[in-house]
Design a binder for this molecule. Structure first.
Ligand code: IMP
Length: 432
């Protein structure tokens, strides 16, 4: 049986906690897209561990974790996370727990440099994406330009690999002066022996692995990164990540799609909304429609610890948006929702006892729509049409106010809220 877990918003929905909960039963957890732009903060034995690449399922001792071919892999980040997990006593031998697809593409130094150069040079313009600066976009670009380096390519003979590295560096040469590019080439070549040594024992034919998991009836959990609203096709393009974050992508980024034929797709959504990086969203608390919103947003950011786990950037805060969530359910292929962090709003005086939920948008000409628009540049100009809900005492389905909110969400988006997260601890999640 396979389960696919996706972020149903703009990332940072609290997926790590749901993965941790579900992977207690999983034999294999698979990352199928993205790279170390993701970030999950986990507490292990009283010590905080932030994972960007290795699936959060690693904390359950019987679970193995696969980094699939749809992922772009920064080997330095992988080795750093492995050593942190070893120090925390999570495992002794990574070969028993971590597997890497031989077809996954590598994030090499030139790709990280290009990401940062582009971000810095576009600052203040509409072309600024606000990426995590980890080389994710350039790595997918290199893959699509057919100059990427895959894990398996490390094991070509030196001359062949050098030729491939030259093609990669040449493709991005226009960003650098010749001396800088040469320095990057030399620095990259110096990393190769370590990459070869450390990745070889982890490298697998992931199709064979997943076929075996399927044939032997294993529980497999596919862990999505980012969120559906950041999907390259279906998100708020161009303010999106460079991979595909919807359920069908799990069949592409992890190479045995048959395993997904009877899968269950869970979308993780926060009760309120957050977003980092550029790109508008209609229900952002910017104070355009209500001056108090800025203060409310700041209170939620503080109470919810809404700062990026990868970059530390303050997350932008917004009211719940069911138009966006229904879009995510439809394009993401989501069957059920895990609703997270409702507890953050309990007892927050700044809320004034009211929680707003958008169910339509109004354009400048007064026309209303309940469909999510394809043009990202109009999002900040739309006026959300809100329904008001009383704030709950407990973010629990037994609380009548929270139950009313859940019922409205289910009615609007057409799929059930199956999980509710009601606090930060591992146990504070229930399945309805
Ligand atoms: P990139 O994925 O680093 O190229 O960044 C592209 C956009 O996706 C930026 O707006 C990032 O802030 C956003 N993004 C990427 N990964 C995450 C994530 O894990 N959570 C939230 N936003 C993300």
């Amino acid at each position: 049986m396979a389960t696919i877990l996706l972020g149903a918003q703009w990332g940072d929905e609290g997926k790590g906690k749901v993965v941790d909960h579900l992977s207690a039963k999983a034999d294999l957890v698979v990352r199928f897209q993205g790279g170390n732009n993701a970030g999950h903060s986990l507490w292990v034995g009283g010590k905080k561990t932030v994972l960007h690449l290795i699936p959060s399922g690693i904390l359950h001792s019987r679970t193995r974790c696969l980094i699939g071919e749809g992922v772009v892999l920064d080997p330095q980040v992988l080795f750093h996370e492995i050593s942190g997990l070893k120090q925390a006593g999570v495992f002794q031998d990574e070969r028993e727990r971590i597997l890497v697809s031989e077809r996954a593409h590598l994030i090499l130094p030139v790709l990280k440099e290009v990401d940062l150069i582009r971000e810095n040079s576009s600052r203040g313009t509409s072309g600024h994406i606000g990426t995590t600066g980890r080389g994710i976009g350039p790595a997918y670009e290199a893959k699509a330009r057919r100059v990427g380096i895959r894990v398996i390519d490390l094991y070509s003979d030196d001359a062949t690999l050098l030729g491939k590295l030259d093609r990669l560096h040449d493709a991005f040469a226009h960003h650098f002066d010749p001396d800088t590019l040469n320095e990057i080439r030399v620095r990259t070549w110096a990393l190769i022996p370590g990459f070869r040594r450390s990745l070889e024992p982890l490298m697998v034919d992931s199709t064979a692995l997943l076929k075996h998991a399927h044939d032997s009836g294993q529980e497999v959990l596919f862990e999505g990164a980012q969120g559906v609203m950041l999907d390259l096709d279906h998100g708020t393009y161009p303010y999106v990540t460079s991979s595909f974050t919807t359920a069908p992508s799990a069949g592409i980024g992890a190479a045995f799609p048959k395993i997904l034929r009877s899968s269950r797709v869970i979308g993780v959504a926060k009760v309120y909304l957050t977003r980092v990086g550029s790109g508008d969203f209609p229900t952002e608390m910017r104070g355009d429609h209500d001056p108090d919103e800025v203060r409310i947003g700041e209170a939620i950011r503080k109470a919810g610890g809404e700062f990026g786990a990868t970059t530390g950037r303050p997350r932008r805060i917004g009211w719940q948006d069911l138009v966006a969530l229904r879009h995510a359910v439809e394009v993401g292929g989501i069957d059920e929702i895990a609703l997270m962090k409702g507890d953050v709003l309990c007892g927050l005086d700044e809320m004034g006892g009211v929680f707003k939920v958008a169910t339509a948008y109004e354009g400048a000409d007064g026309t209303r729509s309940d469909r999510f628009p394809a043009r990202a540049e109009i999002l900040s100009k739309l006026k959300p049409v809100y329904e008001n809900f009383p704030i709950w005492k407990h973010a629990h389905p037994d609380d009548p106010a929270f139950a009313t909110l859940i019922a409205r969400i289910e009615d609007f988006i057409g799929v059930p809220v199956r999980f509710v997260g009601f606090g930060p601890d591992r146990e504070q999640i229930l399945e309805r």
